[in-house]
Each structure stands twice: as structure tokens, then as C-alpha cells.
Design a protein around this ligand. Structure first.
Ligand code: CO
Length: 211
């Protein structure tokens, strides 16, 4: 009795699991439970079968492309840059990320230097990084115009007054730096730093201020 019931249950499960396709409803004619057995009482209509769609929205685990982008605020949850001697060194990686979310420039510094170290391995053409400083309100416009300017222009519009300071665009293993007068970002903020490589501004962005 018990093995037979198991077989029937298995057959029923197979029948149910096959639903959702073009098969006509077959449960009424093919399965006849024994009289002493209580009815399975699991109609499980095809229309209510859960669709295995959850995986479609999961982010790619590989660190090469799709990062969760749109909802990332400037700076996000990343740590503040370590500043000493009116300078800081920050990193960019192959996952389209800086390692810091904010830079606080000491008010005692007349000039400030940002060094960018690309700790990834990908070439500049595929994973270029720079540091551009502008008013927060200008970030998206500069990034859009930089994309139009293209790779040969380092993804920056030429002689753009909105650009307060910027490094060159570098690839994996390279380092670059830029120095600027801190007076340029003392008033009229907020200011941000970001990467102007095509599409990177969504995840490579942070705040910079004088304090
Ligand atoms: Co970049």
C-alpha cells in the first residue's frame, strides 16, 4: 500500500510539474486514488504555478560589468579618504569603483593633491579611470559631454569651465595625480569628484569639501 501510494504520488507530482505547457488537463482521467485514501486535496491549477523569475533580477557576481548603479548616492557607504600633508591617494578598480566615498580637504591647505591609483588590470580603453572635480550640479552634464567627446579626448569636453580640476585617464596598474587651489572649492558647493569614463559616473562618484 505505501509503495503504491508513493508511486501514485510521484506520478501525480510528475503530472503537475508538467503543467503550464500545452498539455490538456489530465488529472481527472488518469489518476484514480484508492478508495480508502483521502483525496490529495491539492488541485494546483496550472495558472498558479510560481514562475522561477527571481534569478533574472540578481546582480551579476563577476566584478566586470553590471554593478548596482542608479540608486547609489554620491559617496555611498564608502569610507572617507585618508588625508595627510594636503594630499590623498585614492584607488579605482576593475569593478568601476573608487575605494572612498568622500574627501575632506583641510581648510589650512592652499593647494591639495589627489593621486589616483588604478589597482585593476584592465586597459584604459575598457576600464579607464580619472578624477574630475566639479560642482555636484555639473557632474551629469560634464559626464554626458565627456561621453560625446569620446575616448580620444579622455572622456572630457575640452577647456570646459565647469571642470575645476582633473587627472588624465589611466588604465590598470597606472597612477596619476592632480593638484588644485583649494580656494576653488571653498564656496559655492557642494562639489563632487567622479570618473568621466563612459558610464562610470553612476558608481564612481563621491563628495569633496573643505573643512
Ligand atoms: Co572609470
Amino acid at each position: 500500500m505505501t509503495p503504491k501510494t508513493t508511486l501514485i504520488a510521484a506520478a501525480l507530482a510528475l503530472t503537475l510539474s508538467a503543467c503550464g505547457g500545452n498539455n490538456p488537463p489530465a488529472t481527472d482521467t488518469t489518476v484514480t486514488p484508492p478508495a480508502t485514501e483521502p483525496a490529495p486535496a491539492e488541485p494546483a491549477p496550472p495558472s498558479t504555478m510560481p514562475a522561477p523569475a527571481a534569478t533574472a533580477t540578481m546582480p551579476a557576481p563577476a566584478g566586470t560589468t553590471a554593478m548596482p548603479a542608479a540608486t547609489t548616492p554620491a559617496g555611498g557607504e564608502k569610507p572617507a579618504a585618508v588625508v595627510s600633508d594636503c594630499a590623498t591617494t585614492i584607488e579605482g578598480n576593475d569593478a568601476i569603483q573608487y575605494n572612498v566615498g568622500s574627501i575632506t580637504v583641510p581648510a589650512t591647505c592652499a593647494k591639495f593633491t589627489i593621486t589616483l591609483k588604478h589597482v585593476g588590470k584592465m586597459p584604459v580603453a575598457a576600464m579607464g579611470h580619472n578624477v574630475v572635480i566639479s560642482k555636484a550640479a555639473d557632474v551629469q552634464g560634464i559626464a554626458a559631454d565627456g561621453m560625446k567627446a569620446g575616448a580620444s579626448a579622455g572622456y572630457l569636453p575640452a577647456n570646459d569651465a565647469r571642470v575645476i580640476a582633473h587627472t588624465k585617464m589611466i588604465g590598470g596598474g597606472e597612477t596619476t595625480s592632480v593638484s588644485f587651489d583649494t580656494g576653488k572649492i571653498k564656496d559655492g558647493g557642494p562639489y563632487e569628484f567622479f570618473c568621466s569614463f563612459a558610464g562610470h559616473v553612476a558608481t564612481m562618484k563621491g563628495t569633496i569639501s573643505v573643512s
